[in-house]
Every structure is written in C-alpha cells, then in structure tokens.
Design a protein around this ligand. Sequence first.
Ligand SMILES: Nc1ncnc2c1ncn2[C@@H]1O[C@H](COP(=O)(O)OP(=O)(O)OP(=O)(O)O)[C@@H](O)[C@H]1O
Ligand SMILES: CCCC(=O)O
Length: 375
Amino acid sequence: MFRILTINPGSTSTKLSIFEDERMVKMQNFSHSPDELGRFQRILDQLEFREKIVRQFVEETGYSLSSFSAFVSRGGLLDPIPGGVYLVDDLMIETLKSAKNGEHASNLGVIIAHRFSAETGVPAYVVDPVVVDEMEDFARVSGHPNYQRKSIFHALNQKAVAKEVARMVNKRYEEMNLVVAHMGGGISIAAHRKGRVIDVNNALDGDGPFTPERSGTLPLTQLVDLCFSGKFTYEEMKKRIVGNGGLVAYLGTSDAREVVRRIKQGDEWAKRVYRAMAYQIAKWIGKMAAVLKGEVDFIVLTGGLAHEKEFLVPWITERVSFIAPVLVFPGSNEEKALALSALRVLRGEEKPKNYSEESRRWRERYDSYLDGILR
Ligand SMILES: Nc1ncnc2c1ncn2[C@@H]1O[C@H](COP(=O)(O)OP(=O)(O)OP(=O)(O)O)[C@@H](O)[C@H]1O
Ligand SMILES: CCCC(=O)O
C-alpha cells in the first residue's frame, strides 16, 4: 500500500489530503481569511504559517512523515514545461524562492513538499503546475513582437477533468478535442487538442474573461492612460487586475452565492454584471472552438462557479451549446489528480519528468520561436 500526502495551497485556502492507494482517507480544506493572510507582505512570507498547518494536519492523523510513500503538490510559477509529473529538484526550489516568474500560493506547496522530502528521504513530486505550456507558436503571437502570450492556467484541474471526460466516453484523452473552462476565483478557458492544451488565456495576467476577482482583458489604451495619470501606484494598478478586479470591482464581493442572493432580491445591476461575466466566458469558449476549427467533442465547465446552476451555467450554455454538448463538473478534482499521478509513478506505470531537462528543452524551442518573431 502506498500512502500519499497531497499539498495544494490556493490564494485563500490550503487543501490537504491523504490517500492510501486510490482511497482518500482524509481531506481538509483550511480557509484563510484576508486578515489571517494580510499580515504577510509577500506570499513567500506565508511559508512557515502554511507549513505548520500541513504538519499539524499530518500529526492529527497519527502518521509520521516518514510513513508516507510520496509528497505531492500542485506546482507553482516555475519555468514553462509540458504537463505531467515532475520530481521536485533543487532548481525548482531555486526558481520558486527567487520568485523570478512571480508569486503564487502554489509555489509554497512545492517548497513544503521538498522540505519534507529532505527530512525523510521520501520523494516529492509536482503535477501539472500552473505554468504548463503546450501552446502552439501561433498562439504565442500577441500583436506586437515585444510581447508574447503566455500559458498560465489551472492546468491540474483542466487536465484532470478532461481525462475524466475521456474515461466517461471510453476514449483516451489523446483522442479528444475539448474546450474546458475552469471557473474559480480566476478563470482559464483552454483548447485541448488530442491531449495537449494548444491555446489558453493567461488566467493570472489580465487576459481572458473577467472573473470573481480579476479584470481579465481590459481596453488597452484606457489602461495605459490610467497608468500614467499619476493617480495609482504600480501595486495598485496590478491589484486592479488581480485581486480587486471583476465582480469585486463591480459589486464588492467575489462570492457568486452573494451575487445570486442579490439577483433574487431584484438587484438589476448585480444581474447585469453577472450576466456580462457569463457572456465573456461564452465568448472565450467560442474563441477556443475556433482554435479547434469547430471540431469540439465537448465543452466542459468546471471550478467553483460551475456549482452555480441557477444563472451562470444556463447563461453560458445558451450561447455555446450550438458548438458541442456542455458537461458540468463542479468544483475541482485536484486532490485526486495529485494522488493518482503520484501513485502511477510509485507503481512504475509512469516515469517522472525531469524539470531541468524539460524546462531547458522548452527554452530552446521558445528561443527559436523568438528568433523568428524578433528577426
Ligand atoms: N456551491 C457554490 N455555489 C455557487 N458558487 C460557488 C459555490 N462554491 C463556490 N462558488 C463560487 O466559486 C468561486 C470560487 O471558486 P473556487 O473555489 O474554484 O476558486 P479558488 O479555488 O479560490 O480559485 P481558483 O479556482 O481560481 O484556483 C467563488 O465565486 C465562489 O463564490
Ligand atoms: C492561474 C491559475 C491559478 C489561479 O487562478 O490562481
């Protein structure tokens, strides 16, 4: 029997679980209030706080860290790599500690898993980090040679749900074309072609539909004007894009349940904003259907917002169901996806990838793309 600890830190939560083979024996979602996290200036400063939670969670089960077969975490803002399972290595930790690709709560999970591994000799893995990049070169072209589109998205849940759909219809993921919309605090909408995510909005950097807490794509010239108006600092402008954008900016809440409550009480403004979010999501699904040349087996809605079946899901569905059947997988399948990936490696069914090698290979391909673009 293999015992696996999954570590999944999000912007407002730390989700932990323990699996024994395929069986989940414990799962807990620790929510962190803005007050609790507000005392930390940088995400990296939360490391000890989050690590303590993980240690306590394990201690309460009565297991020792050395009784585990693997520690596995959702990866963070590493250098771009293809999807898969990766052995955590020193280069990964260096990349995340330097935050050279930015800060994200998922950076912490990898560092914690690596610490546990150093302490016990048990291997640590990362699965489908947010930087998974399988984009076609076409999709990287932004409209100006100085700017390249990037692939940053909910790779772990997107791939887990896509594989679940394939299983459901007795096909392999590599045989299917899907448009998957992960709709959480951030929203990513991706074209999966035969097992590769060939295009997706950058869910973290102001690209895509607006979301509960992010602005998505904004009118560029207005944004530039505001940046140079002298009214806002760099940090304030960034916060308008991620954190205080979207529903938070329009309605003062990121909670879809609160928005639904207001709509039911007759709040027409809340209804208009929420409907606009559904409209933008539908437009991005349409874009990804065009990427797949209309050859779409299913459209898949997932993430926390996919629970909201009274307004949001029907509003999206009415605009996109002409493309392909719409499937709804509320919430996320991340814990199971992490554990099953580690299990495949532990059983010798899959070989973990090497981060240093894959990121170097990606960089070489990217450099040759850039040579073409900047020529
Ligand atoms: N049962 C539910 N009914 C309606 N809305 C819900 C429900 N559960 C969660 N949501 C909404 O889903 C959104 C958050 O989704 P989720 O929990 O997937 O986000 P997250 O994990 O914080 O961020 P991300 O998915 O971007 O990593 C919020 O707007 C929340 O109000
Ligand atoms: C970018 C993917 C994860 C998130 O939205 O925070």
